[in-house]
Design a protein around this ligand. Sequence first.
Ligand SMILES: [Zn+2]
Ligand SMILES: [Zn+2]
Length: 111
Amino acid sequence: MRQRPPACGIPVHLTPQDVERFTGIPDAAYEVREEQTCHLSWIHGGPHAALVQSSDIPGREWWAVWESGKRCRVVLLPCCAVTLDGAVDEDGEPIGCCLYACHGGEHVWMD
Ligand SMILES: [Zn+2]
Ligand SMILES: [Zn+2]
């Protein structure tokens, strides 16, 4: 049984311009909300980060990245390539970390 570590959860607000920009991306996978929360595990080094939107570049997604108490910036980051040892999902695909490459804290496995 896999357990998701508790998330950091520190909130940040995207600017209305960012919400509009990332809502309008072709083939967008997610609904972009103005309020975002950090997806990293409870204790992590480096900046906070929240997944904002998919991109049309394979293996890269748009992340809001910010330091505590500062404004976020939205950057295109490669996905974390680490997979859970020997574990596969219902489709037989390896279970991967759903964060970006070189994130702080623990890996967060896909459900
Ligand atoms: Zn955080
Ligand atoms: Zn990871």
